[in-house]
Design a protein around this ligand. Structure first.
Ligand SMILES: C[S@@+](CC[C@H](N)C(=O)[O-])C[C@H]1O[C@@H](n2cnc3c(N)ncnc32)[C@H](O)[C@@H]1O
Length: 317
């Protein structure tokens, strides 16, 4: 068992300023220089939109997979949310499972202070440190939309495998970084003229993440990466097609599309520190953001994204 001392988990205090650094006008976390999306009020809004969107996608639930089964309250149950963001999932899970202990972990203290008594938040860079919990400690581990802050995703999966009890459940959810236009993934498009701004934005975002050492193929390879650890079994994939915008005809997809639209509306300008730090000229960054926003606000085609949703159990000995 290899884990770091509890002193490496930072305590949340009243003055949080040391947990942030200012880069090109936005507040970034100060623990992990590789994760260059802001951790500010807009990030909290994005986190809430994302959470609400997924609740609609999951028909009002907070999860997919046999969560109720692994959290059956015959004994104390423990839930871990990695890259918890605004903490919305962790708080809702703590409310739904009042007898479980729910812990959310993130790079920055952007979670509410007033939370259910069975919910706590901790700071940790999951890319560098192991969590100070014993082996086989958690019944459920959830990691959603956070692979862009992890340069060694297989290492994170091994850490999840260490922390999870045999028979425990891991849920991984990651949006694909290849945009889809009118049902076709970008590389299959023959005519890109109607969504050039949107496509250029995603090309640049992926290229900058790669420059930061992030493996942008992780979302589409989650089942393969889980299998390669030899720690998990019964891997189930339930990928979802997420409409972006106000075009879906049915009420449920329209609501999902609206939340996705609001999320991406905030993501586009949030990439400015990443793009500028990657060395792109300011004028080019402004143009990329403006053109991507234009395609989002005045879409000529139907944009969507693929959400990779996977769950698996830790093998029993
Ligand atoms: C896009 S937000 C998603 C938040 C939440 N999981 C959700 O689904 O709404 C990504 C979050 O992951 C966190 N994150 C990224 N890399 C991380 C790392 N190496 N260690 C801990 N948290 C990380 C970020 O700080 C951010 O709050």
């Amino acid at each position: 068992m290899a884990y770091n001392s509890p002193s490496e988990l930072l305590e949340l205090g009243d003055d949080d300023s040391s947990y942030y650094r200012w880069v090109h006008g936005r507040a970034l976390n100060s623990l992990n220089p590789r994760y260059m999306l802001p951790v500010d009020a807009d990030a909290i809004k994005r986190s809430e939109f994302h959470h609400r969107m997924l609740q609609f996608l999951f028909n009002g639930k907070n999860y997919v997979g046999p969560v109720k089964e692994v959290l059956q309250p015959s004994q104390q149950r423990r839930v871990l949310d990695l890259g918890t963001g605004g903490g919305f999932w962790a708080i809702d899970m703590a409310d739904e499972f009042p007898r479980a202990e729910v812990i959310g972990v993130d790079l920055a203290p952007i979670q509410p202070r007033s939370v259910p008594p069975n919910c706590t938040f901790e700071l940790c860079d999951l890319d560098q440190w192991n969590l100070p919990y014993p082996d086989n400690h958690f019944d459920l581990i959830h990691a959603r939309s956070m692979h862009t802050g992890i340069h060694n995703y297989p290492r994170l999966l091994h850490e999840i495998g260490r922390l999870l009890r045999p028979g425990g459940l891991v849920i991984l959810i990651e949006p694909d970084l290849i945009p889809i236009v009118d049902g076709k993934p970008a590389p299959q498009l023959t005519d890109t003229s109607s969504s050039q701004g949107w496509l250029a934005f995603w090309d640049t975002y992926r290229a900058c993440l790669v420059q930061q050492g992030i493996d942008v193929t992780v979302p589409s390879r989650l089942p393969e990466l889980l299998a390669a650890t030899n720690i998990f079994q019964h891997v189930v994939t339930q990928d979802g097609n997420i409409p972006i915008g106000f075009y879906p005809p049915d009420q449920l997809s329209l609501t999902v599309g609206q939340f996705a639209w609001m999320d991406y509306d905030l993501l586009i300008p949030a990439t400015k520190p990443l793009f500028l730090t990657a060395g792109l000229p300011e004028s080019k960054v402004k143009r990329l953001i403006k053109d991507a926003h234009h395609d989002l606000y005045y879409p000529q085609l139907h944009c969507s994204s693929l959400l990779h949703i996977v769950h698996a159990f830790k093998r029993q000995p």
